[in-house]
Write a protein that binds this ligand. Structure first.
Ligand code: ZN
Ligand code: ZN
Length: 368
């Protein structure tokens, strides 16, 4: 398949940003082994490859299954075939422009130790290996136009499926019937696959934040929590909605409204310059003030990118300061053992002066 023009331009932009990071860190080239990073920088869609990006050169090492595909997909890259990466890599590195001597960064979090050893043993003495962390990962936090298009499309798929699935949900079905229907619906709407294992949890089971859908029968009066996402052109959406089977009682309403208010307040606080942990605090403080603090155990949200949980986001341990172009999930929840749980999750784009809620699915408490 021919590479589309937008992606080609996006790749050029990504390479330029990476090269300026390399210059900042006085690196002559970087070895990229983390697959999401490889795919991001090269446009490659296969399962395994290694990239080396130098000052003016970019090389993609692929095994013979992928040679033709890589030549099609990765126009700015020289494609080199290998059978055993540990044998070929040192020779290829020496061929990269500017790497006759110099410093080669590697991704310390992702290079297997055995490959590091073999690289170190066989490298030329005038190449120094420098461990780096999150160089490409941090570039990926800020989405370019091509990535945003894919994410928005993925979100449109999950939004459409939420609406379609509502008419199918009724007492007597099993949780997994609903999960299967959601997955089918997303594929039907163009998703390449579910972005992660769909969560459907009814009644007390919804007290588990990451419950697996099972044989539990949906009953009238229960809350039903659904967390699912579509993958489109390798980018995901991530959506959680909680609905009620029949009319909600007073407690269900109160918990739902508390979560919704916490979510709306947090979204209101999102703007460039605010720390991820401070956005988390806005939602956490609201839930605590309503008396449910101990029932909100997870972080408020995560960065959304190639990986669904794609780096630090909105939590008490997050080092992140929000910048325009970041996409974050905002997903407070209250989970009460023996009673059930409510979570509401939207995907939000940080803009120049605030944020845009990309998710359009209704957040009204629906009585099905
Ligand atoms: Zn989710
Ligand atoms: Zn999420």
């Amino acid at each position: 398949m021919a590479q589309n023009a937008d992606l080609g331009m996006a790749i050029e932009g990504r390479l330029a940003k990476l090269r300026s990071k390399l210059a900042e860190q006085r690196l002559d080239a970087i070895l990229i082994t983390m697959m999401d990073n490889v795919r991001y920088i090269s446009g490659f869609t296969g399962s395994t490859a290694t990239a080396i990006v130098g000052k003016s050169d970019a090389v993609l090492l692929v095994d013979p299954r992928y040679t033709t595909q890589a030549n099609d997909e990765c126009r700015g890259f020289r494609i080199v075939e290998y059978r055993r990466v540990t044998e070929r890599l040192p020779r290829v590195i020496a061929e990269v422009e500017g790497m006759k001597a110099g410093s080669l960064g590697f991704e310390a979090d992702y290079l297997p130790y055995s490959e590091y050893k073999s690289l170190e043993e066989s490298r030329r003495s005038n190449i120094s290996l420098v461990d780096t962390q999150r160089i490409v990962d941090d570039l990926r936090l800020i989405k370019d136009a091509q990535e945003l298009d894919a994410i928005k499309y993925a979100i449109a798929i999950s939004d459409a499926c939420f609406e379609e699935i509502l008419v199918q949900i009724k007492p007597g079905l099993m949780e997994r019937d609903v999960a299967i229907a959601i997955d089918f619906c997303m594929r039907k709407h163009g998703a390449s696959k579910p972005a992660f294992d769909t969560i459907v949890a009814a009644g007390p089971h919804a007290a588990l934040p990451h419950a697996q859908p099972g044989d539990r029968i949906l009953e009238r009066g229960q809350l039903l929590k659904m967390d699912f996402g579509a993958e489109y052109q390798q980018y995901p959406s991530d959506l959680t909605r909680t609905v009620c089977l029949g009319q909600p009682d007073a407690k269900q309403r109160e918990v739902y409204n508390t979560v919704l208010e916490a979510q709306l307040k947090a979204i209101d606080a999102i703007r460039p310059g605010i720390a991820g942990k401070d956005v988390d605090s806005v939602a956490r403080d609201h839930i605590a003030a309503a008396g449910y603090g101990k029932y909100f155990g997870h972080g408020l949200g995560h960065s959304l990118g190639r990986g669904v949980h794609d780096g630090p986001g909105l939590s008490q341990t997050s080092p992140i300061i929000l910048e325009p172009g970041m996409v974050m999930t905002v997903e407070p929840g209250i989970y009460i053992p023996g009673w059930g749980g409510v979570r509401i999750e939207d995907d939000v784009l940080v803009t120049d002066d605030g944020c845009e809620i990309l998710t359009k699915a209704t957040k009204e408490l629906l009585a099905l």
